[in-house]
Design a protein around this ligand. Structure first.
Ligand code: AFP
Length: 333
C-alpha cells in the first residue's frame, strides 16, 4: 500500500504544500494517540474557559488547537492560521504563502462518550492584493488549494483533496504512517439516507420542513421510496459516512436562536467539506447558493449547509425554489 508522500508527489502537489499537510498529520497522530488513551491521558472533561463562540471548551480542544497551531507556525511555511478556538488570526512567517484555517476537534461533545471526532482543515494562499490579519482569509471556498479532515474513529483516517479528486488514507499505527486505502472517492448520485438533527424540526424554514416531511413519508409519499436516517452529531463523521456510502447531510438555518440562525462555520467546516464533496462528484449549497462561491466577511462566519449526493441535493434545492419566500435570515416555524 502506498504511503502519503509518494502519492502526493505523484499528483504533482508542490513540496512545501506536502510539508504543510504532513505537519498537520504529525499533530493528528499525537491527537489520535491522546484520544485513544481516553481517560488515561488525563485530558478529558471540560475546562472552565469558553471559546470565542461562547461554547465550553474541552481540554482536548485546547490541547489540539495549541498543538496544530504551534506545529504549523514552526514550519516557517505558514503565513497565518485561523482556528475555531482563536478569536483572531495568528501570524506566522511574513514571507510564507500558505494560510491554514482549521477546526482542531470537530464534534468535541462526542469525546466524553467515546464517539468519533475529527480535525478539519482548509488551505489557502496569501492573496495577491495587500491584506492583513483576518482579511487574508476572506477568500471564497473556490480559492482553497487543499482541504480535508482527519477522522479519529475506530481507525484514524485522512480524507484529502488537492483539487484532483478525493483520496482516503488510513493510519497504520504499527509504522506511524498514513497509507492510501481509497484512491478515488466517488459519491453516488442517488441516495436513500439523510442526516439532520430532527430535534430542530419545529425551528426550520418551510422548504426544509416540507422536504424532510416528504422523505419521512417514504414509499407512500411523493418520493416513492423509503429513506433511512443517521446522526453522529459530528459533521466530520456524518460527512465521512456520506463520502463513504453516499447520502445527504444537512444543518439548515433555523430560528432556535434568532441571533445565530446557522450553526456550522464557513471557513473551517463548510468550505473544506464542500471542496471534498464536490471533488467526489457531489453538490453543496446553503439552499440558496453554492457554498464555495460565498464571499466571506468574517473568519468565524456561519452558514446553512446542504451537501452530498448530487441528485438528492438537487431534490432538496427544488423545495427552496418552490418555497422561496422563506429566506434563511427570517426562518418561519
Ligand atoms: P462541537 O464541536 O461543538 O461538538 O459541535 C459540532 C458541530 O458543530 C458539528 O460537527 C455537528 O454537525 C453539529 O455540531 C451537531 O450539532 P447538534 O447535534 O448539537 O445539533
Amino acid at each position: 500500500m502506498q504511503r502519503l508522500i509518494p502519492v502526493l508527489n505523484n499528483d504533482h502537489v508542490p513540496l512545501h504544500l506536502i510539508s504543510v499537510i504532513n505537519t498537520l498529520l504529525i499533530a493528528a497522530k499525537e491527537i489520535s494517540f491522546r484520544l485513544h488513551q481516553g481517560s488515561l491521558a488525563g485530558t478529558l472533561g471540560s475546562t472552565l474557559d469558553e471559546n470565542v463562540q461562547g461554547e465550553t471548551q474541552k481540554k482536548l480542544d485546547v490541547v489540539s488547537n495549541q498543538l496544530i497551531k504551534s506545529m504549523l507556525l514552526e514550519t516557517n511555511l505558514v503565513h497565518a492560521v485561523a482556528s475555531e478556538e482563536e478569536d483572531f488570526v495568528v501570524m506566522g512567517n511574513p514571507d510564507a504563502k500558505y494560510l491554514v484555517a482549521f477546526d482542531p476537534l470537530d464534534g468535541s461533545s462526542n469525546i466524553d462518550i467515546n464517539g468519533s471526532v475529527g480535525t478539519i482543515f482548509s488551505i489557502l494562499e496569501k492573496p495577491d492584493h495587500p491584506a492583513e490579519g483576518t482579511e487574508l482569509f476572506l477568500q471564497t471556498g473556490d480559492e482553497q488549494i487543499a482541504a480535508g479532515y482527519i477522522l479519529y474513529g475506530p481507525s484514524t483516517m485522512l480524507v484529502l483533496t488537492t483539487g484532483n479528486g478525493v483520496k482516503m488514507f488510513t493510519l497504520d499505527h504499527s509504522i506511524g504512517e498514513f497509507l492510501l486505502t481509497v484512491e478515488k472517492v466517488t459519491l453516488a448520485e442517488q441516495t436513500q439516507e439523510f442526516a439532520i438533527n430532527m430535534s430542530n424540526r419545529r425551528f426550520w424554514t418551510s422548504p426544509m420542513e416540507h422536504y424532510i416531511s416528504d422523505l419521512l413519508s417514504g414509499e407512500l409519499g411523493v418520493r416513492k421510496k423509503n429513506f433511512n436516517m443517521r446522526w453522529n452529531a459530528a459533521m466530520v463523521s456524518d460527512v465521512h459516512r456520506v463520502l463513504s456510502r453516499s447520502g445527504i447531510f444537512m444543518y439548515p438555518a433555523d430560528c432556535k436562536n434568532p441571533e445565530k440562525p446557522c450553526k456550522l462555520r464557513l471557513m473551517y467546516e463548510a468550505n473544506p467539506m464542500s471542496f471534498l464533496v464536490e471533488q467526489a462528484g457531489g453538490r453543496s449549497s446553503t439552499g440558496y447558493e453554492r457554498i464555495m462561491s460565498i464571499q466571506p466577511t468574517d473568519i468565524h462566519e456561519r452558514v446553512s449547509v446542504i451537501m452530498g449526493s448530487r441528485a438528492e441535493v438537487d431534490s432538496c434545492l427544488g423545495y427552496y425554489k418552490k418555497y422561496q419566500c422563506d429566506r434563511p435570515d427570517t426562518p418561519k416555524v
